[in-house]
Design a protein around this ligand. Structure first.
Ligand SMILES: NC(=O)c1ccc[n+]([C@@H]2O[C@H](COP(=O)([O-])OP(=O)(O)OC[C@H]3O[C@@H](n4cnc5c(N)ncnc54)[C@H](O)[C@@H]3O)[C@@H](O)[C@H]2O)c1
Length: 258
């Protein structure tokens, strides 16, 4: 049987033509790389970040590069803000086919030193946000009978990590959420998958400082940190090629399973 997308015949360049993708936390880092790679493969892009400046600047940059993009800034912990984001995105493009729940923060500390405030902030931003953002968008996708939801989890959510009990709990929760949304919406042609990055070179990890970064890199079989593009290409697979793949977690970690 012939595959519906043949790289030889059609090329992968436009596999997302006529698709609209909304990426949360896409003002910088992994989210920005995901938005760029999806745009390079034909998608129209909704850039959204709590930081209005980086959200607007990223969308502007993409438009200048010849892509169709709009900035709809939002705080993913705030329902009102999310509703406005979805409304603006629908006004602009009339559909949302791909949702990437990428916005996230870390507030690291050992369990005994972890404040309730930092626990809650990480759960709200990394986990509850996915529930709040996905709920209105899955409604739209259900009507369209088409949707690709990709949640950016973490290897920490699969294996745990020293000093990250809040983050590990949030990302593990996000994986459970992913598997359940996959079950509930499979019949509507909506897939839901997670990408679990390992140690990726962004502002989030730069904050750890050179000494800690080097000690992590030493343990990575691939011998280097991941790049935001490494994650974006995994997202591209779920967004454009993995029609029969749902409820799964792809670890993108250079071989580091700890
Ligand atoms: N960098 C890594 O090594 C790594 C590893 C595993 C998972 N991740 C995950 O990848 C995702 C992106 O991380 P990154 O490294 O690019 O981080 P980053 O800090 O560079 O970017 C995160 C973006 O999310 C935005 N954001 C934060 N809170 C928000 C909110 N409430 N509403 C909307 N936007 C908000 C920030 O403004 C920022 O632009 C996160 O979910 C993170 O947990 C990163």
């Amino acid at each position: 049987m012939t595959a519906s997308v043949s790289p030889e015949k059609e090329g992968l360049k436009n596999i997302l033509a006529d698709r609209v993708a909304l990426v949360t936390g896409s003002g910088r880092g992994i989210g920005k790389a995901i938005a760029t790679v999806l745009a390079q493969h034909g998608a129209k892009i909704v850039i959204s970040d709590i930081n209005v400046e980086t959200s607007d600047a990223t969308a502007e940059e993409m438009v200048k590069a010849g892509f169709q993009a709009v900035s709809c800034p939002a705080n993913v912990t705030n329902t009102e803000s999310i509703d406005k984001m979805v409304e603006s995105a629908m006004e602009k493009f009339g559909q949302i086919d791909i949702l990437v729940n990428n916005a996230g923060i870390t507030r690291d500390n050992l369990l005994l030193k972890m404040s309730e405030e930092h626990w809650q902030a990480v759960i709200d931003t990394n986990l509850t946000s996915a529930f709040k953002v996905t709920q209105p968008i899955v409604k739209i996708m259900s009507k369209q009978r088409y949707g690709r939801i990709i949640n950016i989890a973490s290897t920490t959510g699969v294996h745990g990590n020293f000093g990250q009990c809040n983050y590990a709990a949030a990302k593990a929760g996000l994986i459970g959420f992913t598997k359940t949304v996959a079950l509930e919406y499979a019949k509507r042609n909506i897939t839901c998958n997670a990408v679990a990055p390992g140690f990726i070179d962004t502002d989030m990890t730069k904050a750890l400082g050179e000494k800690i970064i080097n000690s992590f890199v030493e343990k990575i079989p691939a011998g280097r940190m991941g790049t935001p593009d490494d994650i974006a290409r995994a997202v591209l697979f779920f967004a454009g090629l993995g029609d029969y793949v749902t409820g799964t977690v792809m670890e993108v970690n250079g071989g580091l399973y700890t």
